[in-house]
Design a protein around this ligand. Structure first.
Ligand SMILES: Cc1cc2nc3c(=O)[nH]c(=O)nc-3n(C[C@H](O)[C@H](O)[C@H](O)COP(=O)(O)O)c2cc1C
Ligand code: SF4
Ligand code: SF4
Length: 306
């Protein structure tokens, strides 16, 4: 029995979940192949019996690059079983459902999914839900992997809490998401590169999920396919990429994803720790996520850039 998982994970949260699910599957004898979305052209799940797709929530939807890729690649997964998983730095709205819909359109039959919280390093959400997913959540992910394996190998039905229902997640963030996405793309600034600091190392090009960065005339150029995820800003080793935020930028996002709004309209539990939004700090001290491409699931931490 083979499973093939495609994961989009910029800061390691969804990758941690994927690795835990894989562990659960492997314990039950399933052979697992995990492929990063950055290497998506290498993802060849044709021989797999089971498909897994995981990504973070961006603007209350599964990060758009993933459903777009599934839709545009002409996959035909008829007869295959699939599962989905997401991580969110706040209320995920109906993202798990939207991701499952995108996978269903490939012909695969989605048997269930899991959603967990993942700390955020996006500038306006910086610092929220620190150190999530935590150990207990990753144990849940592993358990989910074992349950999926039992379901496909022995025909056991998945527990009802793994089923993905269209009405889960509430409508507020689901409806707000596309509007916010539109406003964000119009109002938040594109990254800018400083050719004096840039040594053309290519990190930003490698990490950009939309392939919106090229080198032209020995300088970095951003294209308008950019979805302003600011990953390039995070990964530049020489602080050669900046974002020229003005005080009003991200204001709507900070209001909508404020703790009170999230608790009222979202799925944040009364005793769940949200953390402090380090938005100002992140920009003033040029904070970035401590990140090691060779150890992407390492403990989450921040460092100050010069
Ligand atoms: C561009 C961007 C947009 C985001 N939008 C949302 C959002 O609308 N709702 C939410 O709950 N989290 C949002 N997040 C937070 C991420 O979903 C969360 O931190 C996730 O765990 C990141 O996963 P990764 O580490 O696998 O990349 C956003 C993060 C980024 C980078
Ligand atoms: S990551 Fe920074 S230094 Fe490397 S190519 Fe991009 S802008 Fe230049
Ligand atoms: S912000 Fe940077 S990494 Fe993200 S899509 Fe735009 S160019 Fe690519």
């Amino acid at each position: 029995m083979k499973a093939s998982i495609l994961i989009f994970s910029q800061t390691g949260n969804t990758l941690k979940v994927s690795s835990s699910i894989s562990k659960g599957l492997e314990i039950c004898g399933v052979e697992v192949d995990q492929v990063s979305f950055l290497h998506r052209t290498r993802w060849k799940p044709d021989n797999a019996d089971l498909i897994g797709i995981g990504c973070p929530v961006f603007e209350n939807r599964p990060a758009e690059v993933v459903p777009h890729y599934l839709a545009d690649s002409g996959f035909d997964f008829a007869g295959k079983k699939a599962f989905v998983f997401i991580t969110s730095g706040g209320s995920p709205a109906k993202s798990l459902w939207h991701l499952s819909e995108a996978v269903t359109k490939t012909g695969a039959s989605v048997i269930g999914g899991i959603q967990l919280r993942g700390c955020s390093s996006f500038p306006t959400l910086f610092g929220l839900f620190p150190k999530r997913p935590n150990g207990k959540e990753l144990e849940r992910a592993e358990k989910f992997g074992r349950a999926v394996a039992a379901s496909i190998m022995n025909g056991e039905s998945l527990a009802s809490h793994y089923k993905i229902e269209p009405d889960q997640g509430g409508i507020f963030y689901d409806r707000v998401g596309p509007i916010l996405n539109y406003i964000k793309k119009k109002t938040t600034p594109l990254p800018i590169s400083d050719s004096m600091k840039c040594d053309l190392c290519g990190n930003c090009i490698y990490e950009c999920p939309t392939r919106s960065i090229t080198i032209e005339n020995k300088a970095i150029k951003f294209h308008n396919t950019c979805i302003v995820c600011y990953r390039c800003w995070q990964v530049c080793p020489h602080s050669a990429i900046t974002i020229k935020f003005s005080p009003g930028d991200g204001l709507i996002e900070r209001l909508i994803y404020g703790e009170k709004m999230e608790r009222f309209f979202g799925d944040i539990k009364p005793d769940e720790y949200v953390g402090t939004n380090l938005y100002k700090d992140a920009l003033a001290r040029n904070l970035k996520l401590k990140y090691d491409r060779n150890n992407p699931t390492a403990e989450y931490d921040y460092i100050e850039r010069k």
